[in-house]
Design a protein around this ligand. Structure first.
Ligand code: NAP
Length: 280
């Protein structure tokens, strides 16, 4: 029987910590503000942005939303980002992805001032993470590290396997685990013998977006299993990348979906906005 890592409860704790920091900032006349840019009307993005807005409300961070039309030109999008870079009252800038195909998302992310880059996507922040300097870290990986820390799960010297190498989850998380002195293997869609590699993990992270991909035969007895995936099963229910029912009896710790990594992402965004405000 594994310990179920309670992301919902921990996220609440992180939000409370941030609320206290925001109150201190406000007592000094500093009002943290997050600016969120959304282009077009992607339904999932609308839900994500609403959740971020609610979290800001709870923590006391001001929230300004910029809803841009689907056919916005790249020039206009970049000039909005520049304007927000220059605004003294805006401490964090977030461009909600996806954005329409005619826009170069990398160019847009790179235009955000790295000191306001609360998503941690700017190359300066990514580079700092790689060389182990303080930086803004992408919120989901930061949330996973906080979970490990909170549950006092030893990372140093452990064998970690991360399935998935995206720029927002797999890559930064594998770097963070390495920075914390784990020995890290990253698997992706071209990896061979993934079952064998996964089974060697003391800490196994599934971040690929395939329901029930991690089955019991891929998990070592006593492994820590972190499920980043968010998928919908045939009944429309939210499920992770791990076959929870069959893996949980083997693992020592496991994150559920929902209620695991998901809530941590927004909580860590709040922490990044507070950090951006304190830094400026
Ligand atoms: P992504 O950009 O689609 O990347 C998926 C990664 O998984 C890629 O590196 C891909 O390999 C790898 N992959 C795909 N199929 C594979 C397979 N059969 N075997 C091994 N590796 C495979 O996805 P993402 O943005 O990282 O998100 C991953 C999952 O996490 C999704 O379910 C997403 O919804 C969820 N997510 C959750 C949160 C949260 O807050 N909990 C936040 C972000 C994302 P290649 O590089 O070779 O293509």
């Amino acid at each position: 029987m594994a310990v179920i890592i309670n992301g919902k409860e921990l996220a609440q704790k992180v939000r409370l910590e941030q609320k206290e920091k925001v109150e201190k900032l406000k007592s000094r006349g500093i009002n943290p503000k997050l600016a969120v840019i959304m282009v077009g009307n992607d339904k999932a993005s609308e839900v994500y942005v609403r959740n971020k807005s609610k979290a800001c409300d709870e923590v006391g961070i001001a929230f300004e939303e910029f809803l841009m039309p689907e056919d916005i030109t790249e020039e206009k999008l970049l000039s909005l980002i520049e304007e927000l870079n220059n605004r003294k009252d805006v401490h964090g800038i977030l461009l909600q992805s996806p954005i329409p195909k005619h826009l170069d998302i990398r160019k847009a992310f790179n235009t955000i001032d790295y000191r306001k880059d609360v998503d941690g996507f700017h190359p300066i922040n990514v580079g700092k993470l790689c060389i182990g300097e303080k930086s803004f870290v992408s919120c989901t990986p930061a949330g996973v590290m906080r979970m490990l820390e909170e549950y006092k799960i030893e990372v140093q010297g452990k064998r970690a396997v991360v399935i998935g190498r995206s720029n927002i989850v797999g890559k930064p998380l594998s770097q963070l685990l390495q920075n914390a002195n784990a020995t890290v293997t990253v698997c992706h869609s071209k990896t061979q013998d993934i079952e064998k590699i996964a089974k060697e993990a003391d800490i196994l992270v599934a971040a690929l977006g395939k329901a029930k991909f991690v089955t019991a035969n891929m998990v070592k007895q006593g492994a820590v299993v972190i499920d980043v995936g968010i998928n919908r099963n045939e009944e429309g229910k939210l499920v992770g990348d791990v076959d929870f029912e069959n893996v949980e009896p083997i693992a020592s710790y496991i994150t559920p979906v929902p209620g695991g990594v998901g809530p941590m992402t927004v909580a860590m965004l709040m922490a990044n906005v507070v950090k951006a405000t304190e830094n400026l």
